[in-house]
Design a protein around this ligand. Structure first.
Ligand code: SAM
Length: 152
């Protein structure tokens, strides 16, 4: 399976839809070892954010636990609807208010200069056009805003 396929994109019928559902389940249930490994890095990366935090490709919400929920307004842009139930469950567990928008990194459904921080972990390897995605991130970040990026 290629990176593009394993990360998924827009929902579709048949095998693709089954794959997306399975990917969401796997991300929610089989990632504990990786999350334990990166926990201290993620805490440093995300623990001090504040204001409007836009997370691109949040998946099942593995990053939510590191964010200071009382200091942020969280918006997630996620193209795979099978992720939403896990995101909502994790937010409820943490007592966090979240807003999930369907969309992709290449065309973020948020206004210019509206985010104090953009969070993007293990996502840029999945997008079709990385240059365009970076341009979009720069467009939506406020001047002086932070980009929290994690890649493998
Ligand atoms: C490997 S998962 C990472 C999930 C989460 N960020 C994490 O670190 O656990 C990749 C995520 O990016 C999403 N994704 C795939 N293509 C995307 C795109 N073009 N724009 C935004 N998100 C995308 C997938 O649906 C999935 O939720």
């Amino acid at each position: 399976m290629s990176n593009q396929e394993s990360c998924t994109a827009a929902p579709s019928a048949g095998v693709a839809s089954w794959r997306q559902r399975a990917f969401a389940w796997a991300l929610a249930h089989l990632n504990a070892k990786y999350e334990k490994f990166v926990a201290s890095y993620k805490l440093k990366l995300l623990g001090d954010l504040s204001g409007c935090v836009l997370e691109i490709g949040p998946g099942t919400g593995a990053n939510l636990r590191y964010l200071p929920k009382d200091r942020i307004q969280w918006i997630g842009v996620e193209p795979t609807p099978f992720m939403y139930q896990y995101l909502e469950k994790e937010a409820a567990r943490l007592g966090m208010q979240i807003e999930v928008r369907n969309g992709i990194a290449d065309e973020l459904p948020v206004p210019d200069s509206s985010a104090d921080a953009v969070v993007c972990t293990l996502v840029l390897c999945c997008v079709k056009d990385q240059r365009r995605s970076i341009q979009e991130i720069l467009r939506v970040l406020k001047p002086g805003g932070k980009l929290a990026l994690l890649s493998t």
